[in-house]
Design a protein around this ligand. Structure first.
Ligand code: NDP
Length: 423
C-alpha cells in the first residue's frame, strides 16, 4: 500500500507511471505532477478504467522548492519519483527533505544555466581537481548525504537504464560471478530507426549536450579525458547486428569507480549512425547547441531550446521506430584466481514497447527501472538513510523485477572484447 508522487510527465514518466499501474499491489495511489498539467490529465484519462490505482494530477513548478514542498506535504507520498529534468534534482531533493519523503531519480544534477558565475566557479574547480569537464557530476547530490541521513530518508540516484540497470548489472556481476571486477565496458546500442534524418530519442537538450561533450574514461584511479567522439569501435550486438560506437563520458562511471572495489578501468560506448553525427556537428558548428541565451528580434531565446521546439518530440517517435536496443556491460575480472569475462545485456524491441505502452524503447528502458527503483524504496527492500547509487544495494530483487516488468536480461560467458581505435 504505497502512495507515490511522480514529478514530470514526459516520455520516461509516461512509461514509469504505466508500469506503476501494472504493479498495483505496490503502488495503490499515484499523483502525476508536472509543469504542463494537461499532459498529466491526458495520461490519467488514458489509464482510467484500466487500473485500480487511484490517480490524481497537479501542476507544479519543480524549480520552486516552496511549491514542491507544499505539494509533497499536501499529498504525503511515501516517495517522490523525479522524472522531470536533471535541472530539478536539487530543488526536488530539498523539498523531499523539507516535507519528509524518500527520493528517486534517473539522472544526476546538471545546471540549466552553465554561464552562471557561481555555478561556473564550482565547476571549474572540479574540472581542475577531478580531470573531467562534463557539465554534470554526482558531487552536488552526494553532498546531501548527511542531510538525508539525519532526516532518516533515502535518496536513490540514477535508477534509469544507464545509469541504473547498468549499475545494477555491475553489482550483480560482482555478487555472483567475480571475486574482483577489473574492467567494465558499458555498451549502449540503439539499433532503432525512426525514419527522420535527425531526431533524438529523449530530451534533445540533455541528449545533445551529452553527446557533443568531451569523452572520458576511468583508468587506474584517474579520469582520462578525450575529445568528443575521438575513440571509435565496432561491435556485433546480439539481436541487433554490427554497429559503430564511440567512447563518451557517462555519469555511472563516476559512481562505479567509487563503489566497485578493485576496479581498474571503466569505459562507456554509445552507437551512432553517420547521419546523426553529421547533423549534430553541423548544428554545433552554427551555435544551435548553445545554452547561452541570445537576443532575437527583441526576444531572448536559448538556441538549444529553440532547436528542441523544431525537432520531433521524442514521445512522438514511438509509432515510427522499428528495431531493437541492446544495452549492457562487459565485465572482466577474476574468480577463484582465474581471469574471466561476462556480458550482461538486455534487448528491447521498439515496436513491442509501442504496442504495450505507446512508447519507444528508450523511454521504456528508462521508465521501467525508474518504477522498479521506486518499488525497491517504498517496499523497504532498498531503504537506509542517506544518498545512494543503485549499485550500493542488493541487486537480486531489482534483477528479478527487470524480468517481471519487461526488461529480461541475458548473461553471456566469454563475449567478444571491445577493440578501440582513433576515429
Ligand atoms: P521529457 O522532456 O520528455 O520530460 C520531462 C518532463 O519534465 C516534462 O513533462 C516536463 O514538462 C517536465 N518538466 C520540465 N521542467 C519542469 C519544471 N520546472 N517543473 C515541472 N515539470 C518540469 O524528458 P524524458 O522523459 O525523456 O526524460 C526524463 C528524465 O529521464 C531526464 O532527467 C533524463 O535525463 C532522464 N533519462 C535517463 C536515462 C537513463 O537511462 N538513466 C535515459 C533517458 C532519460 P513539460 O511537459 O511542460 O515540458
Amino acid at each position: 500500500m504505497s502512495r507515490l508522487l511522480v514529478i514530470g510527465c514526459g516520455g520516461v514518466a509516461s512509461v514509469a507511471i504505466q508500469k506503476c499501474c501494472q504493479n498495483s499491489s505496490v503502488f495503490t495511489e499515484l499523483m502525476i505532477a508536472s509543469r504542463t498539467k494537461e499532459k498529466c490529465d491526458a495520461l490519467k484519462a488514458k489509464l482510467e478504467g484500466k487500473t485500480s490505482v487511484k490517480i490524481e494530477t497537479a501542476r507544479v513548478d519543480a524549480d520552486n522548492v516552496e511549491e514542491l514542498t507544499a505539494l509533497i506535504r499536501a499529498y504525503a507520498p511515501k516517495a517522490v519519483l523525479n522524472v522531470a529534468l536533471p535541472y530539478q534534482d536539487l530543488t526536488i531533493m530539498d523539498a523531499c527533505l523539507a516535507a519528509g519523503a524518500d527520493y528517486i531519480d534517473t539522472a544526476n544534477y546538471e545546471a540549466e544555466d552553465t554561464e552562471d558565475p557561481a555555478w561556473r566557479a564550482v565547476y571549474e574547480k572540479r574540472c581542475r581537481e577531478q580531470g573531467f569537464t562534463a557539465y554534470f557530476d554526482y558531487s552536488w547530490q552526494w553532498a546531501y548525504q548527511e542531510k538525508f541521513q539525519k532526516a532518516g530518508l533515502t535518496a536513490l540516484l540514477g535508477s534509469g537504464f544507464d545509469p541504473g540497470v547498468t549499475s545494477v548489472f555491475s553489482a550483480y556481476a560482482l555478487k555472483h560471478y567475480f571475486d574482483e571486477i577489473h574492467e567494465i565496458d558499458i555498451l549502449d546500442c540503439n539499433g532503432g530507426d525512426h525514419g527522420y534524418p535527425f531526431a533524438t530519442n529523449f530530451n534533445p537538450e540533455i541528449n545533445l549536450r551529452e553527446v557533443s561533450a568531451n569523452g572520458s574514461y576511468w583508468e587506474r584511479g584517474a579520469w582520462v579525458e578525450t575529445k568528443p567522439m575521438e575513440y571509435k569501435s565496432t561491435y556485433y550486438f546480439p539481436q541487433v547486428g554490427e554497429k559503430d560506437m564511440y567512447l563518451l563520458h557517462h555519469e555511472e562511471i563516476e559512481s562505479l569507480a567509487k563503489n566497485i572495489p578493485g576496479i581498474r578501468r571503466i569505459r562507456f560506448f554509445m552507437t551512432f549512425g553517420q547521419s546523426y553525427l553529421t547533423h549534430m556537428k553541423c548544428l554545433e558548428n552554427v551555435g544551435m547547441l548553445s545554452t547561452a541565451p541570445i537576443s532575437f528580434q527583441g526576444q531572448e531565446i536559448v538556441p538549444i531550446q529553440f532547436l528542441k521546439a523544431l525537432l520531433p518530440d521524442p514521445a512522438s517517435l514511438g509509432p515510427r521506430t522499428v528495431g531493437k536496443t541492446n544495452i549492457g556491460c562487459i565485465f572482466t575480472g577474476v574468480k577463484d584466481g582465474e581471469e574471466k569475462s561476462i556480458y550482461i545485456y538486455n534487448v528491447c524491441d521498439h515496436q513491442e514497447c509501442y504496442r504495450e505502452l505507446g512508447s519507444q524503447a528508450i523511454s521504456y528502458t528508462t521508465g521501467v527501472p525508474a518504477m522498479i527503483g521506486a518499488m525497491m524504496v517504498v517496499t523497504g527492500q532498498w531503504k537506509k538513510p542517506g544518498v545512494f547509487n543503485v549499485e550500493e544495494f542488493d541487486p537480486d530483487p531489482f534483477m528479478e523485477a527487470l524480468n517481471t516488468f519487461g526488461l529480461p536480461w541475458v548473461v553471456e560467458e566469454n563475449p567478444q572484447k571491445v577493440r578501440v581505435w582513433k576515429a
